[in-house]
Design a protein around this ligand. Structure first.
Ligand code: CUA
Length: 323
């Protein structure tokens, strides 16, 4: 039973962050390059091992053939130069294909800023409105999107293995990575450059959606937060404001306008909390606020262990309603 459930679990998460299951244009090319290099390497290794075995233990006839000068020069110099040059050329073509796509990208551009230890994600609507979100990247399938990658503190590296290769986020610079999702679905990305204490818990989800769905989602994401529904959520909103949460977090349409932590305007529409550290639901929101320094040590949110169960319950009810 345990084996079955572990196997089911392992297969459930196998593809979500695997470069071997590409769901983006560049990742498909990188995957082909990987398979080609691997297959060629296996063939060359096998031939070398067979030749070695023959040279050591083979019949006299074979051993004298393998000792010929032309074979040493051909197999030891000419062949590797040709094969390695061909693989290098292929690799350069794949890299260049990504570069020229970067120049062609038009339409949606998304600015992603790496921060210790989360991601700020800013979309722009057709009428030019900035829409700030966090820790999740939504993409329209089949459309090249330019990701402008920045950092506001140290060097991070943006890596969504199923979409494309990784690209560093460097303070004071903007690096552009053009991605194109080839199929709808959810995948996962991870910061790929050590950036301090909680680096390993600096992840995000990528949600690729049909273009019409993406447009509808962006429209709703651009709206202000929904008003709290019910007494509990209203009480939660008061606790949220009284405890100064709005000093760091923005909830558009309220007095919370902080710029230090993730924007929470549409928190409930996201798949995770704490940059893909916890699943997103009311119980986990309460856990995060109460114990986040245990869950994600070193993160820059101040501890709120002073809050009572009741207050945590109310605040999580409020935040869970921000869809
Ligand atoms: Cu950011 Cu590692």
């Amino acid at each position: 039973m345990l084996v079955v459930s572990v196997a089911a679990l392992a297969s459930g998460c196998a593809g979500v962050q695997s470069a071997l299951q590409p769901a983006g244009r560049e990742a498909v090319e990188v995957n082909q390059l990987f398979i080609t290099v691997t297959v060629v390497s296996i063939i060359v290794t096998a031939v070398v091992l067979i030749a070695l075995a023959l040279a050591m233990w083979g019949p006299e006839r074979w051993r004298s053939r393998l000792g010929k000068d032309w074979l040493i020069i051909g197999g030891g110099i000419v062949f590797p130069v040709i094969v390695l040059s061909a693989l290098l050329a292929y690799g350069l073509v794949v890299m260049n294909a990504g570069a020229s796509r970067a120049n062609r990208a038009e339409g949606q551009a998304i600015t992603i800023t790496g921060k210790q230890w989360w991601w700020e994600v800013i979309y722009t609507t057709d009428d030019g409105k900035r829409v700030v979100s966090a820790n999740e990247l939504r993409l329209p399938v089949g459309k090249p999107v330019a990701l402008h990658l920045k950092s506001s503190d140290v060097i991070h590296s943006f890596w969504a293995p199923r979409l494309a290769g990784k690209l560093d986020m460097i303070p004071g610079r903007t690096n552009t990575l053009t991605v194109e999702a080839t199929e709808a679905g959810i995948s996962r990305g991870q910061c790929a450059e050590y950036c301090g204490g909680a680096h390993a818990l600096m992840s995000f989800y990528v949600v690729a959606m049909p273009p019409a769905e993406f447009d509808a989602w962006l429209e709703s994401e651009a709206e202000d937060a929904t008003e709290p529904q019910g007494d509990l959520a209203r009480r939660g909103q008061s606790h949220f404001m009284e405890n100064g949460c709005g000093g760091c977090h923005t909830i558009r349409g309220t007095s919370a306008t902080g710029m230090i932590g993730p924007d929470l305007t549409h928190l409930a529409s996201r798949h995770s909390l704490g940059a893909a550290t916890l699943p997103n639901n009311a119980r986990m929101i309460a856990r995060w606020i109460g114990e986040h320094q245990h869950i994600k040590p070193d993160n820059h949110m101040p501890p709120y262990e002073n809050l009572s169960e009741d207050e945590l319950f109310a605040i999580s009810a409020y935040l869970e309603g921000l869809d």
